[in-house]
Design a protein around this ligand. Structure first.
Ligand code: AP5
Length: 239
């Protein structure tokens, strides 16, 4: 992309980008790259819930055991949390939803919210969502999830098999000791994948039916997935 193209992208209203895919598909990894290129925020419902668990808020207390079992947090709790986030000023030009929606009920709620008076003051309110699904083989997902480590300070994601830090267990950016997510335990991973099949996979048909879905092969090198994702966004129907 040349300098003018980058400047244009940083000015235009991008609207909602929804990233779909099973646990470990690379939603968080790709969201961080897209956020950097387009200067819009990554909104990860998993990260917001984990922050609430760590801070011991009422929401965190309700979500903790559910997340540790690999099940989904009730729709009403998650939708209220997302509603509060989407009206913040940094969402004015657009935002990346990573891990939301996750049920058809959440998707229907989101469609309604984006058309509602609560959202009408955001400059990107009229821009329709674009939905990208990352498709990844089951065995790759297992390896990615069991190998994932993350930095509790800056949020950077690593992988002992695919993207190891320069010094073992240490963040390249700030030197913090890396952590393993509690739900990246094999038993919980299996429950998360089952919850995905049961509750989230139907969203593929929901968005395909609306003509919004783009499917990207996520089972390739991270940079190849990023390149196709950015290309899809640039040649999509509105960027
Ligand atoms: P959440 O945090 O959203 O977890 P998830 O959807 O299970 O997704 P992950 O974060 O595990 O995977 P990812 O696709 O982001 O992959 P990543 O980029 O990290 O949710 C956690 C829990 O919160 C849920 O179980 C639920 O309880 C609750 N929750 C959250 N949202 C909710 C909602 N909307 N409704 C109800 N409940 C909700 O990559 C994974 C690893 O693979 C990393 O190590 C990475 O380095 C590596 N990797 C990435 N891409 C590649 C590649 N191309 N090649 C090789 N390695 C790669």
């Amino acid at each position: 992309m040349d300098g003018q193209a980058v400047a244009d992208i940083k000015r235009c209203d991008i609207g909602p980008l929804i990233l779909l895919g099973p646990p470990g598909a690379g939603k968080g990894t790709q969201a961080k790259k897209i956020a950097e290129v387009y200067s819009i925020p990554q909104i990860s419902t998993g990260d917001i819930l984990r922050a609430n668990v760590s801070a011991g808020t009422e929401l965190g207390k309700k979500a903790k055991a559910i997340m540790e079992s690999g099940e989904l947090v009730p729709d009403s709790l998650v939708c209220d949390m997302v509603a509060a986030r989407l009206v913040e000023p940094d969402c004015a030009r657009g935002f990346i939803l990573d891990g939301f929606p996750r049920t058809v009920t959440q998707a229907e709620w989101l469609d309604g919210f984006l058309q509602s008076k609560l959202f009408e003051n955001q400059p990107c309110a009229k821009v329709p969502p674009i939905v990208i699904e990352f498709a990844v083989d089951y065995n790759s997902l297992l390896r990615r999830l069991t190998g994932r480590r993350s930095c509790p300070t800056c949020g950077r994601i690593y992988n002992v098999y695919y993207q190891a830090p320069r010094v073992a267990d240490t963040c390249d950016v700030d030197g913090t000791k890396l952590v393993t997510r509690k739900d990246d335990d094999e038993q919980v991973i299996s429950e998360r994948l089952k919850a995905y099949e049961r509750q989230t996979l139907p969203l593929t048909e929901y968005y395909r039916g609306k003509g919004r879905l783009r499917v990207i092969d996520g089972d390739r090198e991270m940079d190849a997935v990023t390149a196709e994702t950015l290309e899809t966004l640039e040649h999509g129907n509105r960027l």
